[in-house]
Design a protein around this ligand. Structure first.
Ligand SMILES: [Zn+2]
Length: 159
């Protein structure tokens, strides 16, 4: 599925959340959960600065959705995220039965930029969501946010 104007608008909020995280001294990743009617149910950004490297917003969304949504509601929901889910979050998303994922910047882009900057790579391989959870509907990256995401990542990760 191509990215709609609505998708682009939703991704803009995720990029905003990523900037909020960066400004708060955390890593620039932000995500939102949107139900079938278009309501934003939950939004979050990275909270890894506290020492828990698994405190990713996509994992928080998966955990929240299990408590608060029925399986049918989860399947009909969409997760928008500034950066493509890491394998941990992609697996959690698939295990809890959430629906479509739309991301602004891909994991491959981040891995390439980190390599270009000679920055440390994360401890988990940058496998695409489509490799971890092949039956999920996934769209991205969004070229509109490429430069902004690269700048946010550079501010945090570029040595
Ligand atoms: Zn993750």
């Amino acid at each position: 599925m191509a990215l709609s104007d609505e998708d682009i608008r939703r991704l803009g909020r995720c990029v905003e959340l990523a900037r909020t995280a960066l400004d708060a001294g955390d890593e620039p990743f932000g995500s939102i959960l949107v139900d079938a009617a278009g309501r934003v149910l939950f939004e979050d950004h990275n909270h890894v600065a506290g020492g828990d490297a698994t405190a990713h917003p996509e994992l928080a969304i998966a955990n929240w959705s299990v408590v608060n949504l029925t399986p049918a509601e989860r399947a009909a929901a969409t997760v928008y995220t500034s950066g493509e889910h890491c394998p941990m979050c992609a697996a959690a998303h698939a295990w809890v039965g959430l629906g479509r994922i739309v991301f602004a910047a891909s994991g491959a882009q981040l891995a390439q930029w980190l390599a270009d900057w000679q920055a440390p790579q994360p401890p988990v391989a940058a496998l695409p969501i489509s490799t971890v959870a092949p039956r999920l509907a996934v769209d991205g990256p969004a070229p509109q946010y490429r430069d902004e995401m690269k700048a946010l990542y550079a501010a945090r990760f570029r040595p």
